[in-house]
Design a protein around this ligand. Sequence first.
Ligand code: DX5
Ligand code: ZN
Length: 224
Amino acid sequence: MIDVLRETLIAPSILSADFGRLEEDVVKVMDAGARLIHVDVMDGHFVPNITIGPPVVAALAPLVHGRGGALDVHLMIEHPERYVAQFAQAGADALTVHQEACPHLHRVLGLIRESGAAAGVALNPATPLETLTEARRHCDLVLVMSVNPGFGGQSFIATSTDKLRTARAFLPAEVALEVDGGVSLDNVAALVAAGANLLVAGSSVFAGGDPGRRFADLAAAIAG
Ligand code: DX5
Ligand code: ZN
């Protein structure tokens, strides 16, 4: 597994970045210290929204890798197994699929690892942790969604903090625990205290103000 997933850090989500100035926005957060860039892929089927695909990952990869960072790709799509190879070739370092989209989850996780990427599983807010009783031994990362996936800027679902605490106890120590949705200065320290080590932040980094400064403020809130 890539080392960065073992650290406790803020992963800026480019979903809320300025797509016309994507490179500029990524440089700003990386200059401020970001090392894990979160990329939200949506297909208009698994979630209502449509966002970006492998070409954007490929375009970002030299920039992110060149600065010592990694690409954390969150697939909110049906049939993710069809796209694993493409995203891995494009430069994804971690690939996370949704439990709800994968009747053959064990096979998909194996495919991801064979592609060379770290294998993640995401759970929607209404999906119990127990659905991962077997898969927890076959993945590198579990992503607890703290909003219903599909859009940036939604409010954090308060019960997610308890879910993270339970998840940390339920998962093997070597499995990273990521939280995604509504992460802000108001809750980030509590989420780390609950056991999350990867904190995805979209609108709290990119929607308003200087992204570098906003990233640095979030990073400072979880430091030490
Ligand atoms: C939502 C995405 C998130 C999104 C989070 O479906 O998976 O990664 O960018 O955005 P914020 O941080 O604004 O809730
Ligand atoms: Zn995401």
